[in-house]
Ligand binder design. Structure first.
Ligand SMILES: Nc1ncnc2c1ncn2[C@@H]1O[C@H](COP(=O)(O)OP(=O)(O)OP(=O)(O)O)[C@@H](O)[C@H]1O
Ligand SMILES: [Mg+2]
Length: 360
């Protein structure tokens, strides 16, 4: 693959104007909502019952995960988040509903007594995760639940330009559901766009959406390709990333594709012959969980406010850079975004134009 690179010049003043546009926009989120439970404690001895540590609990914490975390990122940045998903009739659902209220999220979740609320419990002692316990529904949402959600989403889309689908592979998303969502958006005169944080097992369902935001693993990029990218100069982009992006853009029939590359930032594919690499803006990294939720939340807000995709990516990259530098998932605020745009060095964004000879 022959590629020609060109550095794009960015101005902090333009980015600040873009941040102002994010607040006040209205985004609809449909997806797998889940609860993250953290139990912190200490280990003093091994159990006499089995060769396992005994953890004495010191504190517990609950956080919104999955589509709930996307919604939290949206309200944190001053947007309106209308959230659609399913919950069980259990303690996790009660906790989640309290947190939706706390974060100003419009909660439109459907409760089903036959299904558990998805909850991931991490037990952490001496700064180490000892075990993770998952509670998950065993079946897909009922057709009554899906019909309710699709009807309500159709209503909500009348006043929104963007639908975020946050697919964590827990059952909300399927080919028929994506088909219905596309039909809902296509029937509206303002043609709202659908953007998806995908799971590879559902790739065939996303055909025709406006934007997909897979991470490297979901994009099928070998970890080695990213490591090689970081070993070279940060502006040198590995051929494997470009090839994987072109292949996905072609095969998934999405209009645009944003591959998040962890420590290497992100790469935006908008056409068959061009990609833009945005290196990470992060200054320090403590906890990378939830960075992907922040990326799709900012992309949703940016698109809903009419910003071009690249401008959305630049802001999403800054916001993810803030999130990975914080311990625990705290939502980014517009003031924090403004502060980092002014205080961090502006990333060297590179446009790559190339001819791809790779076979499909
Ligand atoms: N180790 C890191 N160093 C610097 N920036 C990072 C790092 N990890 C993530 N980021 C930032 O966060 C963005 C999204 O990260 P990543 O590619 O890990 O998404 P993800 O795997 O979907 O995240 P998750 O599923 O944990 O929410 C990246 O594009 C980058 O801007
Ligand atoms: Mg992700």
């Amino acid at each position: 693959m022959q590629s020609v690179r060109k550095e794009l010049s960015l101005r902090a003043a333009d980015l600040l104007e873009d941040i102002d546009q994010l607040s006040g926009t209205n985004v609809v989120i449909l997806g797998d909502v889940m609860l993250d439970e953290y139990i912190f404690g200490s280990v003093e001895r091994i159990s006499p019952e089995a060769p396992v540590p005994i953890v004495r609990i010191e504190s517990e914490e609950y956080r919104l995960g999955g589509a709930g975390n996307v919604a939290k990122n949206i309200t944190g940045l001053g947007g309106t988040a209308k959230l659609f998903g399913t919950l069980g009739h259990d303690g996790s659902a009660v906790r989640m509903r309290e947190m939706f209220q706390l974060h100003g999220i419009e909660d439109n979740c459907f409760q089903e007594s036959e299904r558990l609320t998805t909850c991931k419990t991490r037990i952490i002692a001496q700064h180490q995760q000892i075990v993770r316990i998952d509670r998950e529904p065993e079946c897909r949402p009922s057709s009554a639940a899906l019909e309710f959600l699709l009807r309500e989403v159709a209503e909500a889309m009348k006043t929104s330009n963007v639908l975020i689908v946050s697919d964590y592979g827990k059952g909300i998303v399927s080919t028929p559901v994506m088909h219905r969502l596309r039909a809902i958006c296509e029937a509206l005169p303002h043609s709202p766009r659908i953007i998806v944080d995908p799971k590879p097992k559902n790739y065939s369902a996303y055909s025709g959406v406006a934007l997909l935001t897979p991470n490297t693993k979901e994009a099928g990029i070998e970890a080695i390709a990213c490591r090689e990218m970081s070993e070279k100069r940060s502006d040198v982009v590995h051929r494997d990333v470009l090839e994987a992006g072109q292949r996905l853009l072609r095969e998934l029939h999405c209009k645009e594709l944003l591959i998040t590359l962890g420590a290497q930032g992100m790469m935006l594919f908008q056409s068959a012959s061009q990609a833009v690499h945005i290196p990470t803006a992060a200054r320090k990294v403590y906890d990378v969980t939830g960075a992907g939720d922040t990326v799709i939340a900012v992309m949703g807000l940016a698109m809903a406010s009419g910003l071009p995709t690249l401008q959305g990516c630049l802001l999403a990259n800054y916001a993810a850079g803030i999130v990975v530098g914080q311990i625990g998932a705290t939502a980014v605020t517009p003031d924090q975004l403004r502060e980092v745009v002014l205080s961090w060095p502006i990333p060297q964004v590179c446009q790559h134009s190339y001819k791809c000879h790779c076979s499909s």
